[in-house]
Ligand binder design. Structure first.
Ligand SMILES: Cc1cc2nc3c(=O)[nH]c(=O)nc-3n(C[C@H](O)[C@H](O)[C@H](O)COP(=O)(O)OP(=O)(O)OC[C@H]3O[C@@H](n4cnc5c(N)ncnc54)[C@H](O)[C@@H]3O)c2cc1C
Length: 316
């Protein structure tokens, strides 16, 4: 057997891999198979491009997602795929590494793009904080990559698409047992889902001034994110809303940078926004190179005026 296998621990992640996998399968003239962590996802994955869905057995309450490694490994060995793509969530990266060891195959970790050279997969990953792109080719089989979330748009369902659903029976196993689960302290929103993101940078002088960004976000119907120093150094906002290569990657309709310099490590996480708008008092700030629109000015003067204008425009 051959073909392309995809696994992600999340449904959105699987749809993104299906989008990448469908394109590759079409060009290679081969089949696309997705693993599903829930039986209820199977039909959706077929509609989104899978030719076959392998439904994984349910995990016991004390089993971590890594318990799927033996099951994934057994299926991969039996199918001998050309390509195996795994969603690079924190746990997905660990799973991908374990699978690569089990399959004695090379793995390109943290890929964000693919190209084909015949049947060879050229895998692209960012280096030096996004300043360079490395192209990796695996000389082993399968060609394996863990794929960064939001590198591909999720595949969209196609009505009437047919495929095969196979339930796997191998039991998940892990030496690790989950003793308890507690929700992570986080902002009430998932910043990656926001249509408008107002991003606070170090141009903001005091923690109280974040309220300016909150007011702007509220007026524009968006959410507040930040640059890494605001979350990691100042601790003014939680780490799950900082944007960039080591933070969250976002693709909102509108990104508004407020006092953000726009270093490459930040821009890498926001460059796919539909519109980038920046407010910075330094006309030479690098953010203006990435921006579609910008205002050179003091954020403490510009933001209140902008809020007024947005409110007036919405009223009118
Ligand atoms: C390996 C690595 C990974 C990294 N990953 C990330 C990442 O994922 N995300 C990230 O954000 N950073 C990341 N960084 C850090 C990154 O290099 C920058 O240091 C950081 O993005 C800068 O944050 P900033 O723009 O808020 O601050 P600064 O660079 O200090 O910029 C502040 C800006 O505010 C402007 N300003 C000041 N006062 C005002 C005012 N009153 N009105 C208007 N503008 C004003 C200034 O002109 C300046 O441009 C990483 C760095 C490394 C080395």
């Amino acid at each position: 057997m051959a073909g392309i296998l995809v696994f992600s621990e999340t449904r959105d992640g699987t749809r993104e891999l299906l989008s990448a996998g469908r394109d590759l399968a079409g060009k290679l003239g081969t089949t696309l198979t997705a693993f599903a962590t829930e039986e209820g996802f199977a039909q959706d994955y077929i509609a989104c491009g899978a030719d076959e869905v392998l439904v994984l057995p349910a995990l016991a309450a004390d089993q971590p997602i890594e318990a799927y490694v033996p099951v994934l490994l057994e299926s991969a060995k039996a199918r001998d795929p050309d390509v195996f793509l795994i969603g690079a969530t924190a746990r997905g990266k660990e799973i991908a590494a374990k699978l690569a060891v089990g399959l004695n195959a090379g793995l390109c970790s943290g890929c964000s793009g693919f190209a084909l050279d015949g049947a060879k997969l050229k895998m692209e990953r960012m280096l030096y904080g996004g300043a360079a792109v490395q192209t990796v080719v695996c000389t082993t089989r399968p060609q394996m990559a863990s794929v960064l979330p939001r590198s591909f748009d999720p595949a969209q369902p196609e009505e009437g698409r047919q495929g095969k659903i196979t339930k796997l029976s191998t039991s998940p196993r892990s030496a690790v047992r989950v003793v308890s689960r507690a929700p992570k302290q986080r902002e009430s929103v998932d910043i990656t889902e926001a249509k408008v993101v107002v991003c606070v940078g170090r141009g903001v002088e005091k923690v109280e001034d974040i309220s300016l960004a909150r007011d702007l976000a509220q007026a524009a119907g968006g959410e507040v994110g930040c640059s890494r120093p605001i979350a990691e150094e100042m601790r003014w906002l939680p780490e799950d809303v900082y944007l960039g290569i080591s933070g969250k990657k976002v693709k909102p309709d509108l990104y508004i940078g407020v006092g953000v310099s726009g270093q490459i490590q930040h821009v890498t996480g926001i460059r796919d926004s539909k519109v980038i708008f920046a407010i910075n008092k330094d006309e030479n700030a690098p953010i203006f190179e990435a921006a579609d629109y910008g205002i050179v000015g003091d954020l403490y003067q510009v933001v209140p005026k902008l809020i007024e204008e947005i409110k007036a425009a919405l009223k009118g």
